[in-house]
Design a protein around this ligand. Structure first.
Ligand code: ZN
Length: 357
């Protein structure tokens, strides 16, 4: 069935710094955590030991995920990694999203996320808002300046880049520290706040990547934990997700710590994408709706080879949204030219969106 007004979006070159560059969160945080010996706490669902590091007196696991103040987690341990749907608290177990989650936390009601930008982050406010727009322009999530809401994000310039998972309740900090002020990095941390964990923390990750423990910095192996029981993985593994770490995360010797097991996905591509991936968007929409953005068809079989992309079968009535470069529709292929540089294409099937390059 053809749909009306499908749109094609062109996303910018990956070879230039056109705005989708991302801080290497693991690298930034590894530096911020330098010299620290990991501490341990108890992961309460199964009483296992869990290692954490400390930034801004906040316990950090899995590289950049805040789980509470040191005092809190030393007295109470670390509770289940599960985010409950705010509206479906009674039917939660099968309602989790593609990525994974954290309890004691919920999704944000009505898809509205109130925030304040702390004075320390004012110089980065434009980038922070751009990171918000990256999510809000493609999903139903709305970031609103806090008025008097009880539950909200406080975005500040702390040590490194980190966030809590899901809506924790009350004021919750999210750090966009030195080196973190890139819109994709902001979007990464905001996705944590929306309830998503890292792609490489999925319970099924070992089918897709191998963790090279020999190359991980001393005392940082715990940052590669997958919390099997707490993750619900829906949809196929997304190597390019903004929630996937790069292949040299926490490397001590410049060699890969995360290796792709898919021969078609080089290590260098891990976590690399132009903005959010289709699957990132689909995951957020799954929890927060699509808002005014067009319905997304994840053209997962799209064959990106250099300059052209194959249009999946059944989608011929494409409308192109182009603000840069030009597109040739060659029956079943699209050819994209973008200032002579390699570029990637993303397609949305549905109403025209207001997304821009
Ligand atoms: Zn993260």
């Amino acid at each position: 069935m053809k749909k009306n007004l499908p749109a094609l979006l062109l996303l910018t070159s990956i070879s230039t710094l056109t705005g989708f560059t991302q801080a290497d969160v693991a690298k930034v945080n590894a530096e911020a955590m330098q010299g620290q010996t990991p501490k341990t706490s108890v992961y309460t669902p199964d009483n296992s030991e869990i290692e954490y590091l400390v930034l801004n007196d906040t316990a950090i696991i899995m590289g950049d995920i805040a789980v509470g103040s040191q005092q809190e987690i030393q007295s109470k341990g670390i509770s289940t990694l599960e985010v409950k749907d705010f509206d479906q608290l009674n039917t939660l177990s099968d309602e989790l999203t593609a990525k994974a989650a954290w309890a004691g936390a919920t999704t944000w009601p009505n898809s509205v996320v109130p925030f304040v930008i702390d004075a320390s982050s004012q110089p980065d406010a434009a980038v922070i808002r751009a990171g918000m727009d990256l999510i809000a322009s493609q999903t139903g999530v709305r970031f609103v300046q806090r008025n008097n809401q009880t539950n909200y994000l406080r975005i500040f310039k702390g040590q490194g880049c980190w966030s809590f998972i899901g809506r924790k309740g009350g004021q919750q900090n999210l750090s966009i520290g030195p080196g973190c002020a890139w819109k994709k990095t902001v979007a990464h941390e905001l996705m944590h706040a929306l309830g998503f964990l890292h792609e490489q923390s999925r319970a099924d990750r070992d089918n897709f990547v191998r963790i090279n423990y020999n190359n991980i910095q001393d005392g940082r192996a715990g940052q590669f934990n997958k919390k099997g029981p707490i993750t619900t993985s829906v949809g196929s593994y997304d190597y390019h997700s903004v929630m996937h770490y790069g292949h040299k995360a926490f490397s001590k010797n410049g060699k890969p710590t995360i290796v792709s097991l898919d021969p078609n996905i080089p290590n260098q591509q891990l976590g690399k994408s132009n903005g959010l991936t289709n699957k990132d968007i689909a995951a957020i929409r799954n929890k927060y709706g699509s808002g005014n953005a067009s319905p997304l068809t994840a053209f997962e079989n799209c064959d990106f080879t250099g300059w052209s992309a194959k249009i999946p079968e059944g989608h011929h009535n494409l409308k192109f949204l182009k603000t840069k470069g030009f597109v040739n529709d060659q029956m079943s292929h699209l050819k994209l030219h973008l200032d002579g540089e390699f570029a990637c294409i993303k397609m949305w099937d549905g109403a025209e969106t207001t997304l821009k390059l």
